[in-house]
Design a protein around this ligand. Structure first.
Ligand SMILES: Cc1ncc(COP(=O)(O)O)c(C=O)c1O
Length: 398
């Protein structure tokens, strides 16, 4: 069916809760996506850091088919073999001990908030407060939204749950002030993704971890966007050597099949008793099978290492670009979670790239974000970079 017709049908029946590109996609493979007119796009957005191993990876497709024929859902009352295997892989890669599976990043953070509160009740004399960073993003459900230190996401939905306070990212003094006698946990991203791709300062993190250690406060890292190889390590904490008490992850784990995971140390996980928290599906057979296969592919193809290497190459290319295109003010990020801060609005650049067949997004009004698949081919990467370079050069010369 013609694009125009599909778009008008879509606008009629789909709630306009996000700004969408005027396109209907029909298929995708690797780092290439195709619309109803068979126009090809190179994907530097990867479904917002979800398609870590590219679209329709043949091994993911095969894992889904096999699992669909075997068993999909039995509810949280029972175990599945793939669930156990995935939990074992995640604990061994993350250094934490136990896993709770759910269906999204926001749900993983909801579980983290509840676990921290329960831990506070059980081990910290009833402490309940959670401190998170200004400019953070933890999801759209009420607990995760209360932890998201950005008024633009919160303003229309007050009153929010109580017991959340905020401090400035990378400013230790601000956290010293925010942490109170009631604080049970701090929650933060190691690279603020939706906030503009802002990496954490190692000195700040070491200082904050020391305060948490002294006061017995839980350290929770939201690795929903950074997790599973994107920054050049399986988990971003592994760059800085500060192991948290709780990690949340999602996105790349399911490659688009809904799944979230909370990982915790034995002691922290023990705060939950049967009945404290649950979800009917909690990932499910398809998502577990995909998760296991994704981690196998990452391991066999050394994808975290590849992300680190490609990320470093990209940063050095962009530094070269800066000389001829000074509207690129700053290059930020770790691995293949990168942003270019521009001295011009980002949206016209994003739209132009889109019309030329490159998918990127404006992560802030003046910054574009690049999230290619960790296994993107050289050819796809170079073609996408050529479109970006041309578009930025034209904007420079306007
Ligand atoms: C760091 C972080 N936490 C949580 C979320 C929410 O995840 P979901 O959209 O799967 O609920 C996101 C989504 O972008 C994220 O980047």
């Amino acid at each position: 069916m013609a694009m125009d017709k599909l778009l008008s049908r879509a606008e009629k029946v789909l709630i306009q809760n996000v700004g969408r590109f005027p396109v209907v996609f029909t298929r995708a493979t690797g780092s290439r996506v195709y619309d109803v007119n068979n126009k090809e796009y190179i994907d530097f957005l990867s479904g917002i850091a979800v398609q870590a191993v590219g679209h329709s990876h043949p091994r993911i497709t095969a894992a889904l088919q096999k699992q669909a024929e075997k068993i999909i859902h039995v509810s949280n009352y029972f175990y599945l073999e793939e669930q156990i295997e995935l939990a074992e892989k995640l604990t061994s890669l993350s250094g934490l001990d136990q896993v709770f599976f759910c269906n999204s990043g926001a749900e993983a953070n909801e579980a983290a908030i509840k676990l921290a509160r329960k831990y506070g009740q059980k081990y910290l004399g009833g402490k309940y407060e959670i401190i998170s960073a200004y400019n953070s993003f933890h999801g759209r459900t009420f607990g995760a939204l209360a932890a998201t230190g950005q008024p633009k996401y919160q303003a229309s939905f007050r009153p929010l749950p109580a017991g959340f306070r905020y401090a400035k990212f990378n400013d230790l003094k601000s956290w010293e002030t925010a942490i109170s006698e009631q604080t049970c946990a701090v929650l933060l991203e190691l690279v603020q993704g939706e906030g503009g791709v802002n990496p954490i300062s190692p000195d700040f993190l070491h200082g904050l971890a020391e305060i948490c250690r002294q006061k017995g406060i839980l350290l929770i890292f939201d690795e929903v966007q950074t997790g599973l190889g994107r920054t050049g390590k399986y988990f971003a904490w592994q760059h800085l050597g500060i192991k948290p008490d709780i990690i949340t992850c999602a996105k790349a784990l399911g490659e688009g099949v809904p799944i979230g995971a909370l990982l915790a140390s034995d002691k922290v996980a023990s705060a939950f008793q049967p009945g404290d928290h649950s979800t009917t599906i909690g990932g499910g057979g398809l998502a577990f099978a995909v998760g296991v296969e994704v981690l196998r592919i990452m391991e066999e193809e050394n994808l975290p290492e590849r992300a680190a290497k490609l990320g470093a190459e990209l940063i050095s290319s962009f530094q070269g670009w800066q000389k001829e295109i000074p509207i690129i003010k700053e290059i930020r990020g770790w691995g293949l979670l990168l942003a270019l801060e521009l001295s011009v609005p980002a949206m016209p650049i994003v739209d132009k790239c889109f019309s030329r067949g490159l998918l990127i997004n404006a992560v802030t009004p003046n910054a574009i974000r690049l999230l290619p698949a960790l296994n993107i081919s050289r050819k796809d990467l170079d073609e996408g970079l050529a479109i970006l370079h041309q578009t930025l050069s034209e904007a420079e010369n306007q």
